[in-house]
Design a protein around this ligand. Structure first.
Ligand code: OSB
Ligand code: MG
Length: 376
């Protein structure tokens, strides 16, 4: 491998506030998203390279505690000033510099992501290569929100299977779970299916959750509280169905403890939830050492965030299909050129420098509410 250059000094950071509307609302156990407000972070170096990141917090704190507003506050008042005061030579140093700021992982990841892209571009390699990724193509599944009726759900599943998606994830919540899953399983006896509860159950539901074991699911994602790893261990020992943790894993240390306790057999890694690509890679490496399967989750991202997810998924322990569906599943128009395309459930990883996709300036402009510039 050719020798990598250090990061050039950062000259400027820009925050672009965007508003985009999903083609259809996405409903989970605790929240519905349709209008998505978020930030595209842009870091510019002395040579004129531009690196891009994307923030994934939603407008209300139903998934984790962060919101669009808290991300802005933390990026602007804490994270960007830290970058202004320090010199960095590798993106791995960003998470170290951010360590004094507790949590606020989505804000951290949005800023760090732009610097990873900048670093890869300055070295004229892809973000996948910069991370040590090896895969040339990645397998993807699809996550379907709670539907008005089971009939709607079944039609959606049929359509996505025809499009080639490799596994189907359904959102469930108390009252809209076993009956729906049984009907879906009956219609699709051989399809890889999983369910995501987004923390809607408690250990009181243990007998109820044991009914999952008859449905031959790939896994149940985050059945219990968003901050729990203890009760999940109790539940996992009572279930044959593998538990996958999402909300509960916010760092490599969380993952270490969950693995030690037996709280899960699978981890959904989301760059935003864990505070960036460096931490995501650490969790990946830990899981690889412990034989814990991982896959890349999604946060209904626009193209920049989607491209980061693709790059991360090229690491070898991403052995299960992720939630990174094609741009057109979410948006009439995405902000990148070309858009992310899925063929037969596969995304071919771009070899281009950095995230491997260009910003579509016109589309980006159409969705941008404002831009703030921070000169270094
Ligand atoms: O729990 O994985 C989740 C969407 C928003 C918030 C949380 C989740 C999800 C999804 C969809 O399941 C993932 C995607 O398609 O981007
Ligand atoms: Mg989830």
């Amino acid at each position: 491998m050719k020798e990598l250059h250090i990061l050039l000094p950062i000259k400027q950071i820009r925050l672009h506030k965007l508003t985009m509307r999903l083609k259809e609302p996405f409903m989970t156990s605790f929240g519905t998203v349709q209008d998505k407000d978020f930030f595209i972070t842009e870091a510019i170096d002395d040579k004129g390279n531009h690196g891009f990141g994307e923030s994934v917090a939603f407008s209300s704190p139903w998934y984790t505690e962060e919101t669009v507003q808290t991300s802005l506050h933390v990026m602007e008042d804490f994270l960007i000033p830290i970058l202004m005061e320090n010199e960095i030579s590798h993106p791995d140093q960003v998470s170290e510099l951010f360590y004094p700021v507790k949590r606020n992982n989505m804000a951290k990841a949005a800023v760090e992501g732009a610097i990873w892209d900048l670093y890869a571009k300055n070295n004229q390699i892809s973000l996948s290569q910069a991370l040590g990724g090896t895969k040339k193509e990645i397998d993807v599944g699809i996550s379907i929100g709670i539907q008005p009726t089971v009939k709607d759900l079944i039609q959606k599943i049929e359509r996505f299977l025809e499009e080639g998606y490799k596994r189907i994830k359904l959102k469930i919540k108390p009252g809209l779970d076993m009956e729906v899953l049984r009907e879906v399983r009956k219609q699709f006896p051989f399809t890889p299916i999983m369910a995501d509860a987004n923390s809607a159950y408690t250990l009181k539901d243990i007998d109820h959750l044991q009914e999952l074991d008859d449905l031959d699911l790939l896994m149940i994602e985050q059945p219990l509280a968003h901050d729990d790893i203890v009760d999940h261990a109790t539940l996992q020992s009572a279930l044959k169905t593998p538990i996958c943790l999402d909300e509960s894993i916010n760092s490599m240390e969380d993952a270490r403890k969950a693995i030690e306790l037996g709280s899960c057999r699978i981890i959904n890694i989301k760059i935003g939830r864990v505070g960036g690509l460096t931490e995501a890679k650490k969790i990946h490496d830990l899981c690889q050492r412990h034989g814990i399967q991982v896959w890349c989750g999604g946060m209904l991202e626009a193209g920049v965030g989607r491209a980061h997810n693709i790059a991360l998924t090229t690491l070898p322990q991403f052995v299960l299909p992720g939630d990174t569906a094609g741009s057109s599943r979410y948006w009439e128009k995405d902000i990148i050129k070309p858009e992310v395309r899925v063929e037969d459930g596969i995304i071919h990883v771009s070899k281009g420098p950095g995230i491997g996709y260009d910003i579509d300036e016109q589309v980006m402009k159409d969705f941008t509410e404002w831009t703030r510039v921070y000169d270094f």
